[in-house]
Design a protein around this ligand. Sequence first.
Ligand SMILES: Cc1cc2nc3c(=O)[nH]c(=O)nc-3n(C[C@H](O)[C@H](O)[C@H](O)COP(=O)(O)OP(=O)(O)OC[C@H]3O[C@@H](n4cnc5c(N)ncnc54)[C@H](O)[C@@H]3O)c2cc1C
Length: 537
Amino acid sequence: MADETTEHDDETALPVVRMRRPRWGDPGSPAELPAAAAALVGAGVGDAGVADPDEVALPAPAVPDAARAALTDLLGSGHVTDDHRERIDHTRGYSTPDILALRRGDGSDAPDLVVTPGSHDDVLGILTICAEHRVAVVPFTGGTSVVGGLAPQRDGFAGVVSVDMGRLDRLVAVDEISRTATLQAGLRGVRAEELLRAKGYTLGHFPQSYEGAGIGGYAATRSAGQSSAGYGRFDEMVEHIVLATPRGTVEVGTAPRSAAGPDLRQLLLGSEGVFGIITEVTVRIRPAPTHRIFEGWRFDDFDSGAAALRSLAQDGPMPTVIRLSDEVETSINLADPGELGVDAGGCLVIVGYEGRDDEVERRRAAVTDALHAAGGVSAGTEPGEAWRTGRFRAPYLRDPLLDAGVLVETLETVTFWSRLDDVKAAVTAALTDTLAEQGTPPLVMCHISHVYASGASLYFTVVCPQADDPIAQWSAAKSAANAAIRRAGASITHHHGVGRDHRDGYHDEIGDLALDALRAVKNTFDPDGVCNPGVLI
Ligand SMILES: Cc1cc2nc3c(=O)[nH]c(=O)nc-3n(C[C@H](O)[C@H](O)[C@H](O)COP(=O)(O)OP(=O)(O)OC[C@H]3O[C@@H](n4cnc5c(N)ncnc54)[C@H](O)[C@@H]3O)c2cc1C
């Protein structure tokens, strides 16, 4: 069934919601555990209590009076707060350990103040004041970090200020001739898409955290959206960046490509707030799709499915979305949370096409031929449409699973095609062994959702009963997985970023000399070291 896109059936047309920690998503639309999922995971195994966020004890706000007064002078009293709920809602991110910590009442990483700048100059002023008073600065766009990127090191600092970019939420300009848009960094992803669609364009960036994350966060973490096959990763879309640092403004990206020295955009993309705060980016945009269709394909096993994806990535043509679930993930049927556990056999591939009517059908016909030739069997549009319409609801399931005493967390990596099997096996074994040793044997699922000519990402979802201390339980499994990733020669992250959680793995990956170079850059932009200390480097 071909699907002409309309506002009604477009799952990307979501309202901007204010998430309330520790729960994910629209507070007005919480998820219940589907019966199929409850049966599958043996829900009811525990009754993990949740601390009332309003009752979580927070450390007394520590920012020096002079710094607070200067911030208030700069921004106005309405934009500088130590309100309890604001501090809670800016505490850490949305990894499972982050959520578990808050659920058990640990507010130790809460910022002392939350400030909301209204302009690039405000951001410069905040950085100057914080550098002068040695206050750590944590940039905050959507707050969906899953790698500890919002929990800076406190030691050695007079306090921690969370800089919420939410007021910087304008579509500044659209250049229809160059097909670019200039967006302020605080724009949430859903709002950016709404503003662009009103002008007939799309950004085409739909991470699974789309309901929460925003432009500054995408750029600062090198995010990858589910349509990366068609639209590219976010870092591939960025043409121009404006960065506020404690020493002034840096602007990079004079033209789409240039031979004027190293491409400094690449230095700022993925910098995770340690060089300063991104206030504006100019990105490539595409005409909004007029036609789209999502469908499922079955392959006998993961290897034959991966070979099919590789052949498309290397020789084309490419759909807009392509993902392959392994046998375990396919048997659990994550593509359709309402039908979890309905075993379909083999490995499921989801392919999606978006674009102009004629162009979509042409690409679809060519991909269909290629998938048939690679041994795939069409499963029709039903699995594809189920995945498409349910894709942003899937993260809502984590809260009821945690409520039911189930531990659920994800991790990801990327490697070359020739190493993919070894990396997948090594990470699966590390997770399985570590959790089984703790008496909580897991279900480890894996999928490929981002492909390149030379390699692909691997995304793991782990589900098991919670132990008495689920944070320590997961920490052991995650350390083992990180070590396995590095031993197998893969990257510590494909798109979640480094934060604090992947810092050691990242250092191992780039080596001491490259790390020194990054530190030298930080020292140039941020000589007092106040920008997101402890993150990345
Ligand atoms: C359920 C779920 C699903 C996810 N799915 C995906 C996915 O599909 N693809 C993907 O790539 N990621 C995914 N993530 C991870 C996360 O959403 C991404 O890293 C996202 O890019 C973060 O954006 P944000 O606006 O929430 O950033 P934040 O969490 O606010 O910040 C992330 C990091 O960047 C820094 N930062 C934020 N804003 C700025 C700025 N303006 N200037 C400088 N530094 C800044 C922060 O200090 C922090 O270190 C997922 C997370 C969750 C919880």
